[in-house]
Write a protein that binds this ligand. Structure first.
Ligand SMILES: Nc1ncnc2c1ncn2[C@@H]1O[C@H](COP(=O)(O)OP(=O)(O)O)[C@@H](O)[C@H]1O
Ligand SMILES: O=P(O)(O)OC[C@H](O)CO
Length: 499
């Protein structure tokens, strides 16, 4: 079959759902299937997923998307994988059985352990990995599993256990236990990977007390890693692209040049800027990370991860019950002229970049008898935009140049008022593309480039088109004063939870 008659299957394994999307050569969505899975909260601050459920939902949506598209495995030229990052799975080499649930990136159980490491190792870890010590990353989670699951450390030392982020786990399952790999973008989020030497780091493995034999082989983001095992699909399909979901979105938004940035407004907000072939060391508490590696060329990025973005809206809806649907926020916020003096700091899971306060907690300030639902809702939208702006300012300080344009995606980027607030406060053009499936598309591009479905980056540049642009309203004084209030309010949320 001619490649141009085939399709690329993208597996997008996210925090709350597994998705499979099939694209054609024009980057159009042919079919899409999605399944949510269980969020497990065994204790306060702990978040887990069942790795078998991750696999089962992922493989079933892949089958569903192929069937919905009226296709078979023979029609698929390659598979790209993109995934929630940092989430940690450890399984037995022999049986493929996970020894514990997946510990999710949001899980805070290792906060204290991380605090202890900070005194001695902040600089060395920063220098080698580009990361700030935090429970967010995989290393402390692997350490926890080895220390707390009976017999795990002993087995790991004998080479009987494997560790993987979700991409590695899926490939292990797709190849029926034959291939244990990851790509540089996922490896760069483990806190065990030297982003300059592009190798697992012996010294870091000692600090976290993790046997090297557990780790996957690290590959580029675009190459044929393996073929799927035939029992799963009608034919062997090359698995040919891997990237962490935020890096895949940067690629899918075609932010391929130095200085280009995107913000994904999902559960959290993830602002990532391409910094070209050299890592930029952040002086403003951002993460230096690997965007992707294609051939021998490595692209680095600066990232600011905001833990709670759209999740603040979910909390208004499900926790407070003051909304029926997330999209109603736009209408309700427009019922009032401004925030009425309300600041909502949605530090519901601590604060990520650029504050990094594991013990901050959410707070709503400035309530009077005149406070209306609209004020709280508007303050929530502002909080999403202001947290993102705090990160953008840090990026501008690190790169010493203003952000010209912010490309946006994710569920909450559908909110026009939020996008306008973002543009006003950041004095930046905010651009929303026609295709909102940028994460899955990024992984599809990486796979398609590896199997020759697309010949070069020039082939895919045509695919990205703009849906709407938001330009800064410079006369928006109320936004500036709301931001001043925000800076005052955020301080009140710091260090709230007692250790
Ligand atoms: N119109 C909207 N306005 C504001 N927030 C929205 C809107 N639509 C969706 N959201 C928020 O976006 C998030 C879902 O986006 P999505 O990209 O699917 O997230 P994720 O991939 O992290 O699960 C939810 O937290 C939801 O509250
Ligand atoms: O699954 P998402 O889209 O919420 O993304 C999660 C991030 O990769 C965590 O770092």
């Amino acid at each position: 079959m001619k490649l141009s008659d085939q399709y690329i299957l993208s597996l997008d394994q996210g925090t709350t759902s597994s998705r499979a999307i099939i694209f054609n050569q024009k980057g159009e969505v042919i079919s899409l299937a999605q399944k949510e899975f269980k969020q497990i909260y065994p204790k306060r601050g702990w978040v887990e997923h069942n790795p078998n459920e991750i696999w089962a939902t992922q493989v079933s949506v892949a089958a569903e998307a192929i069937a919905e598209g009226g296709l078979t495995g023979l029609d698929i030229a390659g598979i790209g994988i993109t995934n929630q990052r940092e989430t940690t799975i450890v399984w037995e080499t022999e049986t493929g059985r996970p020894v514990y649930n997946a510990i999710v990136w949001q899980d805070r159980r290792t906060s204290k352990y991380c605090d202890q490491l900070k005194k001695k190792y902040s600089k060395v870890i920063r220098d080698k990995t580009g990361l700030i010590i935090d429970a967010y990353f995989s290393a402390s989670k692997i350490n926890w599993i080895l220390d707390n699951v009976e017999g795990a450390r002993e087995k790991a030392e004998k080479g009987k256990l494997k560790f993987g982020t979700v991409d590695s786990w899926l490939i292990w399952k797709l190849t029926r236990g034959k291939v244990h790999v990851t790509d540089v973008s996922n490896a760069s989020r483990t806190m065990l990977f030297n982003i300059h030497k592009l190798k697992w780091d012996k010294n870091l493995l000692e600090i976290f007390d993790i046997p090297k034999a557990m780790l996957p082989e690290v590959k580029s983001s675009s190459e044929v890693y393996a073929n799927t095992a035939t029992t799963l699909f009608a034919s062997k399909i090359p698995i040919a692209g891997i990237a962490g979901d935020q890096q895949a979105a940067l690629f899918g938004q075609l932010c391929l040049k130095k200085g280009m940035a995107k913000n994904t407004y999902g559960t959290g907000c993830f602002i990532v800027m391409n910094t070209g072939n050299k890592p930029v060391e952040s002086k403003n508490k951002l993460l230096t990370t690997i965007a992707w590696k294609i051939g021998d060329e490595v692209n680095y990025a600066l990232e600011g991860s905001v833990f709670i973005g759209g999740a603040a809206i979910q909390w208004l809806r499900d926790g407070l019950g003051i909304l029926k649907k997330a999209k109603h926020t736009e209408r309700i916020a427009k019922e009032v002229e401004d925030n009425g003096g309300i600041v909502f700091v949605p530090a519901l899971a601590g604060l990520g970049a650029p504050y990094w306060d594991q013990y901050a907690r959410g707070t709503i300030l400035g309530i009077t008898r005149g406070t209306k639902k609209g004020h709280i809702v508007r303050a929530t939208l502002e909080a999403i935009a202001f947290q993102s702006y705090d990160v953008l300012k840090a990026m501008e300080a690190d790169t010493k140049r203003p952000t010209q344009e912010l490309r946006v995606d994710g569920g909450a980027s559908a909110n026009n008022l939020l996008m306008q607030i973002q543009s006003d406060i950041s004095s930046t053009k905010v651009v929303r593309p026609n295709t909102m499936e940028t994460t899955a598309l990024g992984a599809a591009y990486l796979a398609g480039l590896a199997v020759g479905y697309w010949d070069s980056l020039d082939d895919i540049k045509e695919i990205w088109t703009e849906e709407r642009e938001f330009t800064p309203n410079t006369s928006s004084k109320s936004q500036k004063s709301a931001y001043r209030l925000w800076k005052k309010g955020i301080k009140r949320s710091f260090s709230w939870e007692e250790e």
